[in-house]
Design a protein around this ligand. Structure first.
Ligand code: 16G
Ligand code: MG
Length: 556
C-alpha cells in the first residue's frame, strides 16, 4: 500500500517551482493527457510529474517491469515542460492508462488519497496482477529529462512520486526522448541492448558501421558524407556528439550548429517545417548543401537546404514524407530480392502517414511503390499502432516524427536466423540502425545517410528522382474553445461545428489539385488549417480563406 504522506511542495496547494516559489494550482483545474502527455508552462508541472511518477510506479509493479517517465516539452519554448509515460516495450503508454493518468492528475488534494486507494484496490483484486502475487523483481521507474532549467527539479518530483509506492527509481539524466524509450526496452529485454547511454550508442553505431561496410556505393555516386545539423539548442547536441564518437570521420562528418543558445528559438525542426526557413546560424543561398534539423528532444528530424536562387532564407524541405519514401524504397529493394527466392515466407511492408502527408508523396507510394498508404490521425501513437500490423511498418509524420517497426515474424525470419546473404544481412542491420521503439532523430539520420549512399544520391537526386511536393501551407488560428471542432476520416473531415465542412469543400473546389482540412490541435489552444493547391499563390489564398472561415465563427 502507498504511503499517503504527500510532500507539501508536490500538492496542488503547495506546488513549488524550480525557483522555490509556490505556484498553487486551483483544486478544480482540469488537465488532459494530450497527444504527447501533459505539457504546460513549467510552473504547473511539479505536482503533475509527482503524480505521474506515482502512476508509473503502480504500472511498474503491476507488470513487474521498467516504466519510463520522460520530462520534456519537445519543440515548445524553453519556459514550458511536460511529462509522458513509456510502456515496457518502449512504446507510448496504453490508452487505458492515459485515462487513469487523467483521473489521478485531476483529483483535488483532498480527494487524492481516496482516488489512489480505489486504484490500488482494483489492482489487488485483479488475479492477473503481479502485485497481488507478490512477484516484484524488475519493477522500476526510469526517468530522463531534456535540457530545460526546470528539468532537475521535476526529476526530484518524479523521484518522490515513485517513492510513494516504494518502487526503485533510475535517473538516466539528460537524454533525448528516444534514448529514454530505448532504455526502458533495454531494461525489460536485456538482450536488446545494455540499458545505458553507452549501450544505446554502441548498438546503433555498431549496426551503422557494419551496414556501411556492406553497402556498395554505385559507380558515379554523387553521395556526400558531410552534413550540418541544427540541434535546436537542445539535447541533440551533447548526446549526438557522444554517439558520433563511435563512428569514424571517413564514414560520416557532422558539423553542429545551434548547440547552446535559447532552446527551439528561431531553429529546430518545428521552426524549419512551419516557417519553411533556414534556421538561425545558417546561411541563405547554396553554400550549405546538406542540412538536417532536430527538435528540442531529438525525436524528430527533417533534412533541408537553402532553396536554390533564394537569398531570403527560404529553405527547401526534405520532410518526414520524403524520408519515409526513401526508407521504403530501400527496404522494398531488399525485400524484392528476398521474395523472389522465398515466395512462401513473405514479409509484408506497410507505410503509414497522416493527413499532413504531402499529396505527391502519397501518390508516389501508391503508383511507384505499389503500396496503399494507411492514413491515421495525428500523433505518434496512432501511426505506431497502425504500422505494427505489418512485418515492416514504415511510419512518418510530415513534420519528421517517424521510424520503422518490425513484427515477430520479421524477427524470426530475419533477426534470429542470421543469413550470409547480402540483402538479408542488410535488412537485419537496417532494423538495428533504426530505433524501433519511437522516432529518433539520431537513428533516422544515420539510416538516411546509409540509404543515400546505397543509391549514390546527392540532395538533388533525392529531391528530383522521387516526386515534386505540392505547394502547401499550415496556419495556426487561435480559438476560444478548440473542443467544439470534431473530426472524422483521420481528421480530414469536420463533423462539428455544423456546416463548416461544406464551406471548406466550397473553398477547396475553387482551386486545381487542391486539398485542405481543419483540425483542432492536440497540444495548443488553436486549430490548424492545412491547404495544398497547384501553385504557392493559390495555396496561400486557399489557406487564408479557410482561416477566415474559422475566424468568422467567433465573430458570428
Ligand atoms: C505531438 C505529437 C506529434 C504530433 C504533434 C501534433 C508525439 C510524441 N508527438 O508533438 O506526433 O505531430 O503533437 O501537434 O505523439 P498538434 O496536435 O498540435 O498538431
Ligand atoms: Mg519532440
Amino acid at each position: 500500500m502507498t504511503n499517503l504522506d504527500f510532500p507539501p511542495q508536490y500538492t496542488r496547494a503547495g506546488n513549488t517551482t524550480h525557483t522555490g516559489e509556490v505556484h498553487a494550482i486551483p483544486q478544480d483545474e482540469q488537465f488532459a493527457y494530450g497527444t504527447a502527455g501533459f505539457r504546460f508552462r513549467a510552473e504547473k508541472l511539479p505536482f503533475i510529474v509527482y503524480r505521474c511518477a506515482y502512476l508509473a510506479s503502480l504500472r511498474a509493479r503491476q507488470l513487474d517491469s521498467a516504466i519510463g517517465v520522460m520530462i520534456t516539452a519537445s519543440h515548445n519554448p524553453a519556459q514550458d515542460n511536460g511529462v509522458k509515460l513509456v510502456d515496457p516495450s518502449g512504446d507510448m503508454l496504453s490508452s487505458q492508462w492515459e485515462i487513469y493518468a487523467t483521473e489521478v492528475i485531476n483529483a483535488s488534494d483532498v480527494d487524492l488519497p481516496k482516488v489512489i486507494r480505489d486504484f490500488e484496490k482494483n489492482f489487488q483484486r485483479s488475479s492477473q496482477s503481479k502485485i497481488a502475487r507478490g512477484l516484484i523483481h524488475n519493477a522500476k521507474v526510469v526517468c530522463g529529462i531534456d535540457t530545460r532549467v526546470s528539468g532537475p527539479h521535476l526529476m526530484e518530483a518524479a523521484r518522490a512520486g515513485a517513492a510513494l509506492f516504494n518502487v526503485k527509481f533510475v535517473d538516466i539524466g539528460v537524454v533525448s526522448t528516444p534514448m529514454l524509450h530505448y532504455s526502458v526496452k533495454s531494461f525489460n529485454v536485456p538482450e536488446f541492448a545494455e540499458a545505458t547511454h553507452q549501450g544505446y550508442y554502441q548498438a546503433i553505431s555498431d549496426a551503422f558501421k557494419e551496414l556501411y561496410d556492406r553497402t556498395q556505393e554505385p559507380d558515379g555516386s554523387r553521395y556526400q558524407p558531410e552534413l550540418i545539423v541544427d540541434c535546436a539548442n537542445g539535447v541533440g547536441a551533447p548526446r549526438f556528439r557522444e554517439l558520433l564518437e563511435l563512428i569514424p570521420e571517413e564514414k560520416l562528418r557532422v558539423e553542429f550548429r545551434n548547440e547552446n543558445g535559447e532552446l527551439n528559438h528561431g531553429c529546430g525542426a518545428d521552426f524549419v517545417k512551419i516557417a519553411q526557413k533556414m534556421p538561425d546560424g545558417f546561411n541563405s543561398g547554396a553554400k550549405e548543401p546538406k542540412c538536417a534539423s532536430f527538435d528540442g528532444d531529438a525525436d524528430r528530424i527533417l533534412y533541408f537546404r537553402a532553396k536554390n536562387g533564394c537569398q531570403d532564407g527560404t529553405a527547401e524541405l526534405f520532410d518526414g514524407d520524403r524520408i519515409a519514401v526513401l526508407f521504403a524504397m530501400y527496404i522494398k529493394e531488399q525485400l524484392d530480392i528476398y521474395t523472389s527466392s522465398k515466395p512462401r515466407n513473405s514479409l509484408k511492408m506497410g507505410i503509414v502517414q497522416t493527413a499532413y502527408a504531402n499529396g505527391s508523396s502519397t501518390r508516389f507510394i501508391r503508383e511507384h511503390l505499389k503500396i496503399e498508404p494507411i492514413i491515421v490521425p495525428t500523433g505518434v501513437k496512432h501511426l505506431h499502432e497502425a504500422a505494427s500490423e505489418f512485418d515492416i511498418g514504415v511510419y512518418f509524420e510530415a513534420n519528421g516524427h517517424g521510424t520503422i517497426v518490425f513484427s515477430k515474424h520479421f524477427d524470426s525470419v530475419v533477426r534470429r536466423n542470421p543469413s550470409p546473404l547480402d540483402h538479408m544481412r542488410r535488412l537485419h542491420l537496417f532494423s538495428r540502425v533504426i530505433n524501433e521503439t519511437v522516432g529518433d532523430a539520431f537513428a533516422d539520420l544515420l539510416a538516411t545517410e546509409i540509404v543515400l549512399r546505397h543509391f549514390g544520391w546527392s540532395m538533388d537526386d533525392w529531391m528530383q528522382k522521387l516526386y515534386e511536393d505540392v505547394p502547401n501551407v499550415q496556419i495556426k488560428v487561435p480559438v476560444e474553445d478548440r473542443s467544439i471542432f470534431k473530426t472524422t476520416n483521420a481528421e480530414q473531415t469536420l463533423l462539428k461545428p455544423d456546416g463548416l465542412q461544406k464551406r471548406i469543400d466550397e473553398e477547396v473546389a475553387r482551386y486545381n489539385n487542391s486539398r485542405a482540412f481543419i483540425r483542432p490541435s492536440g497540444t495548443e489552444n488553436i486549430v490548424r488549417v492545412y491547404a495544398e493547391a497547384d501553385t504557392l499563390e493559390n495555396t496561400h489564398r486557399l489557406g487564408k480563406s479557410l482561416e477566415q472561415v474559422v475566424l468568422s465563427l467567433s465573430s458570428a
